[in-house]
Design a protein around this ligand. Structure first.
Ligand SMILES: [Zn+2]
Length: 285
């Protein structure tokens, strides 16, 4: 049977914890934004090894549902109506049999538009009305300060005002690494943004590491000193990336790398040269 349909959800187990990756959509990116500190020709060559053109690097967006201890935790909510090609997370959740009302906790790894845009529905109302939100305190404080938003491209402020600020009365702001449920551990991995988080899901000796935007493409593992233009603090971002991927290489943890094509962005890493080699796995393997 030939299967042409786009895969929109992907369920897998981490020990006894069920995880469901939910596709939000896909956007093309440019090499000069993905790597701000290397020669274009060098980046183009690195991308070509992955079959990706420098002017249209495919980048999926997704959310991850973690069903642990009778909880339904959603990590990140996609981009909302940023473009017609994204913002499909809620409808794909429903198609997978999960009502938005069933989500009891939403973890926001950081407040960039592609990770918070599904917090509000098309009418501007709470898309996950029964959820308590969790993010790092420094992240909340940074993005809710209009002085920080003023010099940025308008979309950042628009998405924060619509999708983050209205959550003020139902956010839990973290200032230490905690377990949000048995086996669901929050890791402070600052640098991409002020309070960027990664999530470790552990059960029965298996681990999933959700790295969010600690790297955006396998070229950021092959060249660990390469940074996208969006990394706010390159030194802290590099240290966080090293901590996460050295851990994943040592432990053999499954990695979910939000922007790595194709959805569901799952794979393993091995140490290679100065960095790491990405070995994708997916529905086909
Ligand atoms: Zn992102």
């Amino acid at each position: 049977v030939e299967v042409d349909a786009v895969i929109e959800t992907f369920a897998f187990d981490v020990g006894r914890i069920r995880c469901i990756a939910v596709h939000d959509g896909e956007m093309p990116y440019r090499a000069e934004d993905y790597v701000a500190n290397a020669e274009t020709a060098e980046v183009t060559e690195a991308l070509a090894l992955h079959g990706h053109p420098p002017d249209a690097i495919p980048s999926p967006y997704s959310g991850l549902v973690v069903q642990a201890d009778e909880r339904a935790i959603l990590i990140d909510t996609g981009a909302g109506d940023l473009t017609p090609n994204v913002g499909h997370l809620t409808e794909n959740l429903r198609a997978a049999g999960i009502a938005p009302e069933a989500i009891d906790t939403v973890i926001l790894t950081h407040a960039h538009p592609d990770h918070i845009g599904g917090n509000a529905d098309d009418a501007g109302q709470a898309a996950f009305p029964d959820a308590q939100y969790v993010l790092w305190r420094d992240e909340w404080n940074w993005w809710t300060d209009e002085a920080n938003l003023a010099p940025m491209a308008p979309v950042f402020g628009e998405w924060v005002r619509r999708n983050l600020v209205p959550l003020a009365d139902r956010v839990d702001l973290l200032d230490r690494e905690v377990d949000l449920a048995p086996g669901v551990h929050v890791l402070a991995t600052p640098g991409h943004t002020e309070g960027h988080l990664a999530i470790s899901v552990v059960s029965d000796g298996h681990e999933l590491l959700y790295i969010s935007d600690a790297a955006l493409h396998p070229i950021h593992l092959e060249h660990p000193d390469w940074h996208p233009v969006w990394d706010q603090d390159r030194e802290r971002a590099a240290a966080s990336k090293r901590k996460l991927f050295d851990h994943a290489a040592t432990s053999g943890a499954l990695v979910l790398a939000f922007h790595f094509p194709p959805f569901p962005s799952l794979g393993h890493v091995e140490r290679h040269g100065k960095g790491w080699h990405w070995e994708p796995i997916g529905p086909q393997s």
